[in-house]
Design a protein around this ligand. Sequence first.
Ligand code: 2AM
Length: 698
Amino acid sequence: MRRFLLLYATQKGQAKAIAEEICEKAFAHGFSADLHCISESDKYDLKTETAPLVVVVSTTGTGDPPDTARKFVKAIQDKALPGDFFAHLHYGLLGLGDSEYTYFCNGGKIIDKRLQELGAQHFYDTGHADDCVGLELVVEPWIDGLWAALTKHFMASRGKEERNGALKMASNASQRMDPVKPELLHIESQVELLRLDDPGRKDSEVREQSTVNRNQSSAPPAESESSLTHSIPPLSQASLNIPALPPEYLQVHLQEALGQEESQASVTSVDPTFQVPISKAVQLTTDDAVRTTLLVELDISKTDFSYQPGDAFNVICPNSDSEVQNLLQRLQLTDRREHCVLLKIKADTQKKGAALPQHIPEGCSLQFILTWCLEIRAVPKKALLRALADYTSDGPEKRRLQELCSRQGAADYNRFVRDARASLSDLLLAFPSCQPPLRLLLEHLPKLQPRPYSCASSNLTHPGKLHFIFNIVEFLSNTTMEVLRKGVCTGWLATVVASILHPDPRVSHAEGGKAPAPEISISPRTTNFFHLPSDPSAPIIMVGPGTGIAPFIGFLQHREKLQEQHPDGHFGAMWLFFGCRHKDRDYLFREELRHFHQRGILTHLKVSFSRDAPVGEEEAPVKYVQDNIWLHSKQVAKLLLHEHGCIYVCGDAKNMAKDVNDTLVEIISKEAGIEKLEAMKTLATLKEEKRYLQDIWS
Ligand code: 2AM
């Protein structure tokens, strides 16, 4: 079988999912793909690789390759590499990005450019998929065209081999092949959708609701108390190479559960997870604030968990109990929720590699799997819609599902499914005659991901404790007729800490004066980089509106302790640009910031209020953090260009970080008297030198 190497560089799993799709389809086209995460450098060797290479690369931040590609990018950017280092390599690259960001698809572009510089050749034109309009518009035709390009490549290589009488497949740079063009796509659709539309929805609401992120996670409604008492087992690590479920060969069987203990024992963990008590929870915003921000303190004193200010960590969260029950009911599986899921492969068609996806532990109860293992709120991909259509008995409903996953239906899919953030449950509600089997869900629903949060404390100030903050995300679903939804993780956390925020005096009394502390499971993140400079005399600028303030509270606490320990030490200036809506409602850590400012730890505190009318001298007539940064252009430029300072940006990537980046370009251009392009290069250099750091999310 014709083999190719398939690498993916993923941040949130999209590039990985696409690479897995390619891997799955390869077989049917007569190819076999060696699939690896780009970070697994011990599993492949590009220097000696003779097979064609296919790379899927996503983009993170405002234009960086994903964290998993850092080592790879660093390695190929080694200036000592000769220009023909990869002359033997033929590759096709698919970049993923979002055109709403300044540097569209830049992760892929960086790798593509460098591979070219090192002599590698395209056997297939690079694809740039745009999440803003729908990745699939480019991804699908790019994958469709890949097979012809690979075939052409293999044929050319064979011809050459035969000509040379050699078995080597490596070709030299002068024998370039014409890259194959991906098929162009035509979209035309104005078809009405069953029940999924809500013409009253405003764009601004959509944007706000679509912000699924670090401190403001996405989705479901408040759960019943049962989720509080649910013990939280460690979850299995998703495999990098999940074998596809071949539907025709597999049968999923529900059997009587073997008992909870046994079920959970089979869920093994690769990342260390720590079950920790919540020692404190505080509401940071007033009741009339638009969004509620909570601070949670975890007691990590009895664990090996450690962190530095600026680090992030994962919270392992379950799906909402009520949503799980609703889904079970809709699938007519309520009476079998305690049954466990086993995989049976038909004896006559034993297929190598057939298995449940690795994030589904075999032998666990169905309820457990839907609660802890599957992202039931994930926006259904077109492949799922296609599969659902097969189990839809009503003719018009079936046709509508088929339309939505067709190329012609791309705009409708984007509007009614992707942008509306519809979930599987929403679709099952909108298509009542659809009755999919359980196997379909297990095959299509992605792994429930833990949610990352920034540490908002210093271990010097709070030994044995870890603070984090988040907004409770709430929104009205526009697909399920005005159902109030909360973020999967933030909604769950809000219920977990409810007993601390609003203690029930009767419960406390009954427990002998003290209610037991609720516990959650956390795990460390491996790619932490957002740290204070190693030289404490370096001046720093911190930009963090809203919950983006979190890491900076850790920085300030840490600096305060260091200054106490070294009263004669030389400590650089600390600037903070913070922004919120109203001075009296969501000015997070107002007292702490005032304290740091008064003590001279925080040398410059600049706060903007986006929805307050400017009053008096104190508040400059500025709306957003970048307006304040602009007001202090001279100092900002001096600090960055002449004093070897660092700038840290934390918070929303799509709007804030992009606008701050644009403002910095303007400032450098103005203050250094250089062209914008040069200013951009200066910023890029600052990034390379780790003096411009972003911890941003969308
Ligand atoms: P707004 O919601 O009033 O527009 C924290 O969320 C703060 O960030 C809020 O004051 C919010 O203002 C503000 N914000 C919204 N968009 C922004 C942008 N593009 N740049 C900077 N701040 C922004």
